[in-house]
Design a protein around this ligand. Structure first.
Ligand code: CO
Length: 479
């Protein structure tokens, strides 16, 4: 029985602290024999440290999950990411780091000292990536945690060998598959702040990585930027009206996100950076809020940018755990929009492509990122008083969708995995971790990406709380 004052999906937001050394889970049907890599995910999983409660979905201490496909079986393992934030919480038996929306109990001087240092957490609970031949976990603070691909054991913070200063980044770096480089944003905070876009080589396994600065853009009030888009020629940033007041960050003593404010006077500025010259063009569009870009590409002297658009930033407030666990409350919706930008006229056209509320979008990244493409995979909601309760495949050229939905089930990000040696954009599978909140079980769902029908599911020995992102690594070993 559900508690009557709780939403049916509340179980996904309660944390889950059981670690599984390793086990094998059996899929309900045979899997494609080419599927022989590993899905690695990171998820907020601990919201309570003695009497300290973490308040927001983005605060939870990170747990790592690994699913390794081995023929008829799937090897499964999960454990906490032993970040400094996690180790300090366990050692001190209280929250000891400044998280996204929850601060530890600090005295006046600690508040000022932490504020001046813009000192935040290394609790990298947002995404998994690959950096200099290492597996890394990332969030929006300037800490990148390296962990062992096989054991998931923490190996320390990644250190670049340059002098670039910064405090905030995105957990959505872009990998330019053709150029074999990685691009990300690093925002430096201060009385004068800067958005810095850097590029590094992707292929090298040397730990000596120097970031090559493509552009450095001053800003008085940096915007909240969760992701950005790249085309072959451009980098596109949405500078939304949710802005950080640096003075407040230093002096308010409030948690990080509470130092942002929605400036009603501002439009959304689209900052377009030429990847070769570093030249910058700004255009304005209607105010909006964005977590996830979907894709972007160049057509002649135009840039097409697809993204999930919220009307404002109220989604951040809606994701406080207490709010989110409430029954039948409508959540702010994100819809798939296309912004077509003319670099000749500096004009733009904004159009809604699909009217369903979507989040955690994915594409066939290897084949189509930065290029013209056809399919968006996403979690979605069939009813906006519910949480993400379905998976959607949207066909951009036909403007139609296919939906996977099952009663009481809450799927996470759909990760597309391409069959080897194919150029068909949707030939492969989609992997999603689903919570059946009624049966209190999680399972890994494997869909045929073309038909969106189920190939198999494999039940996990413990509940996997709702999380954000993960990455599929092809092949049985990492390097
Ligand atoms: Co994200």
């Amino acid at each position: 029985m559900y508690e009557s004052n709780k939403a049916p999906y509340a179980l996904g937001l309660m944390g889950q602290e059981i670690e599984t050394e390793h086990c094998y889970i059996k899929p309900s049907a045979s899997l494609p024999n080419w599927l022989n890599g590993s899905l690695v995910r990171v998820t907020p999983a601990k919201y309570q440290i003695a009497s300290d409660s973490l308040k927001h979905w983005f605060d939870g201490l990170a747990m790592l999950y690994k699913f390794k496909f081995e023929g008829e079986q799937i090897y499964y393992k999960n454990c906490f990411l032993a970040s400094d934030a996690y180790k300090a919480a366990v050692k001190n038996n209280r929250l000891s780091t400044r998280e996204f929306a929850t601060n530890p109990k600090e005295n006046f001087f600690e508040k000022i000292i932490h504020g001046l240092a813009a000192d935040m957490t290394d609790n990298t609970n947002v995404n998994i990536g690959e950096l200099a031949g290492r597996c890394v976990a990332m969030s929006e603070t300037n800490y990148i945690n390296i962990f062992d691909f096989n054991t998931l054991q923490m190996q320390g913070h990644f250190k670049f060998t340059d002098n670039l200063k910064g405090h905030l980044t995105t957990a959505h770096p872009h990998y330019d598959i053709d150029k074999r480089s990685v691009i990300n944003l690093l925002t430096q905070l201060g009385p004068k702040s800067f958005y810095q876009i850097y590029e590094i080589p992707y292929a090298g396994k040397s730990a000596q990585i120097k970031r090559n600065l493509i552009a450095k853009i001053p800003t008085d009030k940096p915007a909240y930027i969760h992701s950005f888009a790249i085309s072959k020629k451009h980098i596109v940033l949405f500078e939304v009206p949710l802005r950080l007041d640096f003075k407040n960050l230093v002096f308010s003593g409030k948690p990080y996100i509470e130092n942002y404010f929605w400036d009603k006077k501002l439009p959304t500025n689209i900052i377009i950076i030429d990847r070769d010259s570093g030249g910058i063009i700004r255009i304005e569009t209607e105010p909006c809020f964005v977590f996830h870009n979907v894709n972007a590409y160049d057509v002649d002297n135009n840039i097409i940018v697809d993204f999930l658009r919220y009307d404002d930033a109220s989604i951040i407030d809606a994701l406080y755990i207490n709010e989110l666990q409430k029954q039948a409350k409508a959540l702010p919706e994100a819809k798939l929009y296309r912004l077509s930008i003319s670099l000749n006229t500096k004009g733009s056209k904004l159009e809604k492509l699909f009217d369903m509320s979507l989040e955690l979008p994915q594409i066939n990244y290897q084949l189509t990122n930065g290029k013209r493409y056809n399919y968006v995979y996403s979690a979605g909601t069939t009813d906006n008083t519910d949480f993400l309760n379905c998976l959607v495949k949207y066909d951009l050229s036909r403007s139609n969708s296919v939906i996977w939905h099952e009663e009481n089930c809450y799927p996470g990000e759909p990760v597309f995995v391409s069959k080897q040696d194919t150029n068909y954009e949707d030939e492969g599978v989609v992997l999603s971790l689903v919570l059946n909140a009624k049966d209190k079980q999680s399972y890994l769902l494997i869909l045929n990406a073309k038909s969106f029908s189920e190939i198999a599911r494999a039940y996990v020995p413990n509940i996997v709380p709702f999380g954000f992102h993960g990455r599929y690594f092809a092949g049985r070993s990492f390097c």
